[in-house]
Write a new protein. Structure first.
Length: 321
């Protein structure tokens, strides 16, 4: 057999083996790596979906938390793992911000991870403490414009989603509000409850329990329509800021080299999971809408997000470390 024929035979046999492996996927337990601590929205979303995927496929899908360095430790682990369909990353909005926060990442952000699909998309909410003098977003905005620098906002840290989301609000609303960074979003919420900061922009799943518990007051949400989990809370468009369209998203990514057939199967399984009535109800209850976006669409969305947050970071004066 000629060298050419041997090469062709090797390529064909390799393709057949890859296809067979993809068709049989999942044939081993599948690990969903969450690069943050247990208990957060990313972790909660991953665990709900993992349970549903286990039921659907009859194979084990489990969550492993690998925390540290703004999610880069867990993300690096997945980026460098074997691309055989046994390891996926559960990422979120912060992932699109990382190129703006770090001068150099331990993986190639544009190429080493393949976008697979979305788990959920959530609006962000403008909240103030329950005893705040501001009863409406209009009152807060008017006061901030007339009293530049008098109000401050909390965040989970410089460059975090809570920080940059508020920077977009400042730009759209033409507001001058002082940034007070905390060590995490949970600490920022505690700061708000203790009246150490005047307002906070946070994801709906974080805000909803606090609003329902009467601890904070929601003044506005992003999105085209009001949120069932926060009845009566107006959209930013309704309060006069139609350009404020920030959302938080949660998604799935795979290591570069993962067979296309496995990517497509994983996307299809997640999309199927998102039609489960109980899962939809759980996501809706925390102010999120279920995902399942096709891989190519998610990839384009991701590129747009990276560009958006790069521009916001530069405008806010955030310098990569």
């Amino acid at each position: 057999m000629s060298t050419f024929k041997k090469l062709v035979t090797t390529l064909v046999m390799g393709s057949i083996a890859t296809l067979a492996s993809a068709q049989g996927w999942p044939d081993k337990p599948v690990k969903l790596v969450v690069p943050y601590a247990p208990g957060g929205t990313t972790d909660f979303s991953a665990r709900m979906v993992a349970d549903r995927l286990t039921q659907q496929t009859g194979k084990s899908f489990f969550v492993e938390n690998k925390t540290g360095a703004s999610g880069t430790i867990g993300t690096t682990m997945v980026a460098k793992s074997t691309p055989d369909g046994t390891t996926f990353l559960i990422n979120d909005t912060t992932y699109a911000m990382l190129p703006s926060l770090f001068a150099k990442l331990p993986w190639d952000h544009a190429n080493d991870l393949i976008p697979v699909t979305t788990l959920s998309v959530t609006p962000v909410v403008l909240v103030v403490a329950a005893n705040s003098p501001f009863k409406t977003a209009q009152e807060l905005i008017e006061f901030a414009r007339k009293n530049p620098g008098k109000l401050n906002f909390g965040s989970g840290g410089t460059g975090s989603s809570t920080h940059l989301s508020a920077e977009v609000l400042k730009k759209e609303g033409k507001l001058f509000i002082t940034h007070i960074p905390y060590k995490g979003a949970g600490d920022a919420m505690i700061g708000l409850l203790g009246n150490q900061v005047d307002l906070l922009i946070t994801a709906a799943p974080t805000a909803v329990p606090q609003v329902q518990g009467g601890k904070v007051r929601a003044l506005a949400i992003t999105g085209d329509k009001q949120l069932p989990a926060l009845p009566g809370v107006p959209t930013f468009k309704e309060v006069g800021l139609p350009g404020y369209k920030v959302t938080n998203w949660f998604g799935v990514a795979a290591p570069k080299g993962t067979p296309k057939e496995i990517i497509e199967r994983m996307q299809a399984e997640v999309a199927k999971a998102m039609t489960d009535a109980k899962l939809v109800e759980k996501f809706n209850a925390m102010g999120a809408r279920t995902g399942g976006m096709p891989a190519a669409e998610f990839g384009n969305f991701m590129k747009a997000e990276v560009k958006l947050w790069s521009e916001v970071s530069k405008s806010a004066g955030v310098k990569p470390e």
